[in-house]
Design a protein around this ligand. Structure first.
Ligand SMILES: C[S@@+](CC[C@H](N)C(=O)[O-])C[C@H]1O[C@@H](n2cnc3c(N)ncnc32)[C@H](O)[C@@H]1O
Length: 366
């Protein structure tokens, strides 16, 4: 058994090891008590070696455990070994001891900052290249104009905690609400098109809801809706994240309804309506919390129309602090690739570049 464990650990440094908390704390204490740097290093090197083999902790652990990704733990110990002074080496060791004993999260998410290296599923760069849409579970691609589930997922992981409330005033096929069920966040979506809303409700219901959160999808016009009243129905007065994925003006028409933002007669009218949605939803967002707008640019009459930048200004004018502009690739589907070759010709002839990106504009309510 111990040999199997050791072999696995050596093969897969990304695996998690479960160490008996007391055993590990005592091991760190022993090293901290080292008289001088060579003594401390010898102790840490021995511990590192034992962990690399991962057979030295009682098996199964007798008491409470602490889990680490082996790779990160070995990195931490390497840092101690490379320290040039005793004081520095002890500082790193104490930091590691704290990471086993404490959890330090900020107020708006559940990321344990003492173990920040373990969150490599959470993106922190402003360029997102997401090669494939997540089509697992209830996520289907039936709605033309939906966003990839990875977008609401990333937003919720960074800007919400379990049990928080998320509001999506352009809910479409319900992608945000499906992610809410997966991540244990409550979600309310508003969608203008009744057929789309009905189908989205069915789709969302197919996703398991292990944490029993609310995922409500209501039909309505987000430019005029009374959001405080809508939340009251769920016993709430505020939400913790606003996620806006409006039409990119008229690039895709989402229905015949003249109130649909994709039917706004001009870019100016579109932006005015988007501004109305921001004004309507803002009062229910808690201060210090985040609003994200997912939007792309458009092309018309020989001109690139920077809808993303215009939209950014609409939000900034309404009391928000811009925190990030994320640029995300468009996925390359087969049908898109076919259309692409014609557009490539047009681009070469017309002196412009083809859209391969959209924006995720991230704001904090101040
Ligand atoms: C880009 S799609 C959102 C797609 C969604 N994120 C998804 O993954 O399915 C924009 C949606 O906004 C809806 N919409 C347009 N104008 C609206 C309005 N005034 N109020 C509410 N929804 C509106 C459209 O019907 C469309 O479904």
């Amino acid at each position: 058994m111990a040999t199997d464990k050791a072999n696995n650990a050596e093969r897969d440094p990304r695996r998690r090891v479960h160490l008996e908390r007391q055993w590990f704390a005592q091991a760190l204490e022993r090293c901290l008590a080292g008289r001088d740097l060579p003594a401390l290093r010898a102790c840490v090197a021995e511990l590192r070696d034992a962990l690399r083999r991962a057979g030295e902790t009682p098996d199964p652990p007798a008491g409470p455990t602490v889990a680490f990704r082996l790779e990160d733990l070995l990195d931490e110990l390497d840092q101690v070994l490379q320290a040039r002074t005793l004081a520095r080496a002890r500082y790193y060791l104490r930091r590691l001891r704290r990471a086993t004993e404490e959890v330090r999260t900020g107020p708006i998410n559940e990321i344990n900052l003492l173990r920040w290296k373990e969150y490599d599923d959470i993106l922190t760069d402003s360029l997102w290249v997401i090669p494939r849409r997540d089509t697992s579970g209830a996520h289907q691609a039936w709605y033309w104009g939906n966003f990839v589930p990875q977008i609401p997922r990333q937003m919720m992981l960074r800007y919400t905690r379990r049990g928080d409330w998320v509001l999506d005033p352009f809910a479409g096929s319900g992608t945000t609400l499906i992610e809410c069920r997966r991540l244990g966040r409550n979600g309310i979506g508003v969608e203008l098109n009744p057929q789309v809303a009905a189908r989205a409700r069915e789709t969302v219901a197919q996703e398991p809801n292990p944490q029993g959160v609310v995922t409500a999808l209501v039909e309505g016009d987000s430019t005029t809706l009374d959001f405080a009243h809508l939340l009251e129905r769920h016993g709430r007065s505020s939400v913790h994240l606003l996620l806006l994925h409006p039409p990119y003006h008229d690039i895709i028409r989402f229905g015949e309804d003249p109130r649909d933002l994709s039917n706004a007669p001009t870019v100016e009218a579109f932006l005015e309506r988007l501004g109305q949605v921001v004004e309507r939803t803002s009062p229910v967002l808690e201060t210090g919390r985040y609003l994200a707008v997912v939007i792309g640019d458009k092309y018309g009459h020989g001109e690139w129309i920077p809808l993303g930048f215009y939209a950014m200004e609409e939000v900034r004018r309404r009391g928000y602090r811009l925190k990030s502009i994320v640029v995300k690739n468009f996925e390359d589907t087969r049908s898109k690739r076919r259309r692409q070759s014609l557009w490539r010709y047009r681009a070469l002839a017309g002196g412009f570049y083809l859209f391969k990106h959209e924006y995720i504009l991230i704001f904090e309510k101040v």
